[in-house]
Design a protein around this ligand. Sequence first.
Ligand SMILES: C[S@@+](CC[C@H](N)C(=O)[O-])C[C@H]1O[C@@H](n2cnc3c(N)ncnc32)[C@H](O)[C@@H]1O
Length: 212
Amino acid sequence: MGGATLRRRDDGALELRVNGVFVMDDVETSSEQALARTVIDLGAREILVGGLGLGYTLRSLLASPQASRVIVAELHPEIVGWMRDGTIPGADLLADERTQVTVGDVRDVVAAQAPASLDAIVLDVDNGPDFLVHDANAEVYGAGFVGVCASRLRPGGTLCVWTMAPSASLTASLNAALTDVREAAFDVRLQGRDERYWIVSGTRRDDVATAD
Ligand SMILES: C[S@@+](CC[C@H](N)C(=O)[O-])C[C@H]1O[C@@H](n2cnc3c(N)ncnc32)[C@H](O)[C@@H]1O
C-alpha cells in the first residue's frame, strides 16, 4: 500500500495525493458534499462513510442534526492524524460525538457492522472502478461487496458510490442487490478544466439476505 501526501499548491489549494495520484483538493468539493446531501435528503440518520479524505462529505453530514451516528472508514492512518492535528482542517469533525473513525479498509469496516443496522453507506474511496488508485479497491465496486453493503442497510436504506465516470459493471453490481438504481451527474470545474463526476445510488431490496 502506497502512502498519502498533502501539499499546498502555488494557487493556495490543499491537495491530497495517494500513491502519487491526485485524489482531491479543497477547491472543488461539490460532488463530495452532494454525496452527503443525497442521503440526508432521503432521511438517513446512521451512516457509514468510506473514506475520510479532506472531510467534506463528513462535514456536510454532520451539518445536519438529522445525522445521529457517522462511522468513517479510512485506510491511511496519516490522513486521520493530519485531521486530528489540524494539518487538514476538521479536528472538530473528529471530536464530534456522533463521529466514529476507524482506520482500516472500508470492506472490513462494513463487514463488521450488524446486519440491517445502517440507513446509508456512502463510498468515496477511489476514483471509480476504471481509474483505480489502489488496485485492491476493484472489489469495492464489485457485486460481492455491494451485496455486503446491502445486507448492512435497513430496508429502504441507500448505497451511494462516487465515481469519475459511469461504469456498466458498477451499475450491474448495484442492480444485483439494490433497486431504484440511478446515476446522477455533477458538472465541476477542476483546475481550469470542465469535468463531470457521478454518484451512483440504489435502495436496499426487500429480498436481500441480512444474515451472514
Ligand atoms: C476521494 S477521498 C474521499 C473524499 C471525501 N469524500 C471528502 O469529502 O473529502 C478517498 C479517501 O478514501 C481513502 N481510501 C482509499 N481506499 C480505501 C479503502 N479501501 N478503505 C477506506 N478508505 C480508503 C483514501 O485514503 C482517501 O482518504
